[in-house]
Write a protein that binds this ligand. Structure first.
Ligand SMILES: [Zn+2]
Length: 430
């Protein structure tokens, strides 16, 4: 039996006082104390936090081309499990999402499966090769309505191409999301360049390889009066550059991943490739600078960089292993541990960094909206008192490459609603 009305009873909306939220069809009908159930399905949310549905600006869904690691279906199921109602799918698929045809294919698959909205990201350059600008306008004008463009996985390293891309997206209010990695400075790089890389004898990935590109790109964005977004900031120096750029009024936004808020390069001493990621895990000092920057708004959002890999691409020696970690199903717990339980952010702040702000940057219509009457019912319920060890066997993602296996993390997403429909109910996918 499908009921069109759901009453969420006694949830702390954005961490505030307990309230009832009545959903009718696709919309929030009322928010208040002691609302009448009136035949609605009741969700008892005592002690739980109600957030706007989470929005991930940086997800790798791997379809088309690498369906052995993830598909739009399994990736969006993982997203719903993690409390997400909208994900932006990166363009480094096979074929690359550099034409209207490929972005429309991904967009259609998202619509068919319905676990969360899928907004395709278009490549900046043809084939992610960094040589020739892709058809950004055609992707924007397509049914997928692309507004975010990125060569993520690769850096748009040519300054002239980057300048042209920034000029092009300015015309329709789009944004270029840069994977900041100077290619020559990171040839053969295997981990963060520092004390640990020297001791282990692994090729170092210097902070300046990230920072020099960010410095260049905020200056380019200022020069052409356009908007630039920096993917996965990982160093204290990157934070300083973004802080300086914002103080100058440059239109720059930035993201940090959950793993860069928690893990350090000390973990590489295990030689376990589950800790191999791009950009690499940095030092404790970097982690603390990233947390502080997320708290004070220098870093605008948390984005997962969910990067599924099949077992065989990770279960090998360090140098041969693929880079990346899955993240959709653990992101909120890591943010609770690193930001909420440390007192750096309250739940309203989490709603901003994981829903309002990413929806605004990516122009995700109907997402990142206030929890109030008349708004689309895209909602996430979290039980913050839950404590449990991460067990990847229970993941909805097709891949298991999590750095948190067996680690106890706080909080658990119990319910996710996409336009009023439960995609996750009592911790189980609908
Ligand atoms: Zn990247």
């Amino acid at each position: 039996m499908t009921m069109s009305k759901t009453l969420i009873r006694g949830a702390k909306v954005l961490g505030g006082e307990p309230q009832d939220v009545l959903i009718d069809g696709e919309t929030i009908e009322a928010v208040g104390a002691g609302l009448s159930a009136d035949g609605a399905r009741i969700v008892d949310a005592a002690g739980q936090i109600l957030l706007p549905g989470l929005v991930d600006l940086h997800t790798h869904l791997r379809e088309p081309g690498r369906e052995d690691s993830e598909t739009v279906l399994t990736g969006t199921r993982a997203a719903a499990s993690g409390g997400y109602t909208s994900v932006f799918a990166m363009a480094n698929t096979f074929p690359v999402a550099d034409t209207a045809g490929v972005v429309e294919q991904v967009w259609r698959l998202g619509k068919e499966h319905g676990y969360c909205d899928v907004q395709p990201i278009g490549a900046v350059t043809v084939g992610l090769e960094g040589q020739k600008l892709a058809e950004l306008g055609a992707m924007h004008d397509s049914a997928a309505g692309v507004t975010v463009f990125s060569d993520d996985g690769k850096c748009v390293h040519d300054a002239v191409i980057m300048r042209r891309a920034l000029e092009y997206v300015k015309a329709f209010g789009g944004v270029v999301a840069q994977h900041a990695q100077e290619p020559r400075l990171t040839e053969g790089a295997q981990m963060n360049e520092g004390v640990v890389s020297a001791e282990l004898g692994l090729g170092g990935w210097p902070a300046v390889a990230e920072e020099s590109i960010i410095a260049r790109d905020v200056l380019l964005a200022e020069h052409v009066g356009s908007r630039v977004h920096i993917c996965h900031l990982s160093t204290a120096g990157s934070v300083e550059i973004v802080r300086w750029a914002k103080s100058r009024g440059i239109d720059v936004t930035a993201e940090v991943t959950p793993h860069h808020l928690l893990l350090t390069d000390e973990l590489v001493r295990s030689y376990d490739p589950v800790y191999k990621v791009n950009p690499p895990l940095r030092t404790e000092r970097d982690v603390m600078a990233l947390r502080e920057a997320l708290a004070d708004g220098t870093i605008d959002i948390v984005a997962t960089d969910h990067a599924p890999h099949p077992h065989e691409d990770k279960d090998c020696e360090w140098a041969a292993a693929a880079m990346g970690m899955v993240g959709l199903e653990t992101a909120l717990s890591v943010v609770q541990e690193t930001m909420v339980e440390t007192g750096l952010l309250d739940w309203a702040g989490v709603a901003d960094r994981m829903s309002f702000a990413p929806a605004r940057i990516g122009r995700a219509e109907g997402h990142g909206r206030p929890v109030s009457a008349g708004e689309p019912a895209n909602l996430t319920l979290v039980d913050p008192a839950y404590r449990g060890a991460v067990d990847p066997v229970g993941f909805a993602s097709r891949s298991r490459n999590t750095p948190y296996e067996g680690r106890e993390l706080p909080g658990r997403v119990t319910h996710t609603f996409l336009r009023g429909r439960a995609t996750l109910m009592d911790g189980k996918l609908a």
